[in-house]
Ligand binder design. Structure first.
Ligand SMILES: Cc1cc2nc3c(=O)[nH]c(=O)nc-3n(C[C@H](O)[C@H](O)[C@H](O)COP(=O)(O)OP(=O)(O)OC[C@H]3O[C@@H](n4cnc5c(N)ncnc54)[C@H](O)[C@@H]3O)c2cc1C
Length: 287
């Protein structure tokens, strides 16, 4: 709504969302459309005074209880991706919770079903006229925030592991006194610091309007892949206890997998970055 909505939509929804009175969700992914995100099967068909939405969404965070659903759908006429605000309780919109997620368990992800779901004209996001100006525009910012979350997870894992090495004794001495452990901690620290500096630099460039789509993709891909290295080392340092949910490193170990995959997987973000650098797109296989 902030990126693609008009003034009336911003006034109507954003204050309540900012104060958490209303919860939103972002409905892009579909059962058959994950990385190939612009190839949507959900359709938006023009009717008198509005639009009829039909299709299915998958993996939508907060989708079980959100007040406001942003649904991305293929405009049946223009064959371009458009965005729609659908309020909770709108006839034709239902959702079910995806069970058995291994990580990010505090977030509920949903399958969303749209069956002849009618929304009025003023629910369409006017600035989202295609994939790039719609969901792509939003993913630009969320890729940067995901990179920051990865930094936080890596730092959290490092802090937990460091504390553990000071407490845990083996062979009559704290783990922190062992050279191999110190080398691992040093590696984790250098990754945390260099990644945070990279993401900070990207954020400054973003504020200055100088960050490109390829750069934000590479930044997200680097931050999550490096955080993965850090949480893996942290889990190893905490030994058997690193397998327990009682210790934070185990939580980071599984949570980082979600970050590595959503907002464009590692692969997709790397390929978006390389498309910009080489001038060659390797995302879609050549027929
Ligand atoms: C915890 C979680 C929360 C999520 N929240 C949301 C949400 O709120 N809203 C929403 O819309 N979506 C959400 N998603 C969906 C997420 O964006 C997709 O999972 C993601 O885009 C990948 O799609 P996919 O899972 O279908 O994997 P696929 O696209 O099937 O990819 C499978 C593997 O193939 C690789 N791959 C695919 N295409 C290529 C290619 N061209 N070249 C090289 N490798 C490739 C991928 O990198 C991946 O490793 C969430 C997902 C998770 C796990």
């Amino acid at each position: 709504i902030y990126k693609c909505g008009n003034e009336a939509q911003k006034q109507k929804y954003l204050p309540a969302m900012a104060s958490m009175e209303k919860i939103g969700c972002f409905g892009l992914t579909e059962p058959e459309s994950g990385s190939d995100a612009s190839n949507l099967s959900t359709t938006a068909t023009r009717k008198a005074n509005g639009w009829v939405l039909n299709g299915q969404k998958r993996w939508i965070g907060n989708g079980t209880f959100a007040d406001i659903y942003i649904i991305w759908a293929m405009n049946a006429e223009t064959k371009q991706v458009n965005g729609f605000i659908v309020e909770k309780g709108t006839p034709g919109l239902t959702s079910t919770k995806i069970e058995n997620k291994i990580g990010l368990r505090c977030v509920q992800n949903a399958d969303i079903y749209l069956t002849d779901c009618f929304v009025t004209d003023d629910c369409r996001l006017p600035l989202a006229t295609n994939f790039a100006t719609g969901p792509g525009n939003c993913l630009f910012l969320t890729r940067l925030s995901t990179a920051w979350i990865a930094c936080g997870m890596a730092l959290g894992a490092l802090e937990s592991a460091l504390e553990y090495t000071k407490q845990r004794k083996q062979f009559g001495q704290p783990l922190a006194k062992l050279q191999i452990i110190q080398e691992r901690l040093a590696r984790m620290l250098s990754i945390c610091q260099s990644t945070a500096l990279l993401v900070w630099r990207a954020s400054v460039m973003c504020d200055d309007g100088k960050l490109s789509l390829g750069q934000v993709g590479l930044c997200k891909a680097h931050a999550t892949s490096q955080a993965r290295v850090v949480v893996s080392l942290a889990r190893e340092i905490v030994g058997g206890n690193g397998m327990l949910t009682d210790y934070l490193v185990g939580k980071h170990f599984v949570d980082i997998e979600g970050l590595h995959t959503f907002e464009g997987s590692y692969d997709i973000n790397v390929l978006v970055g390389m498309r910009e650098l080489t001038g060659q797109s390797a995302i879609k296989p050549r027929k």
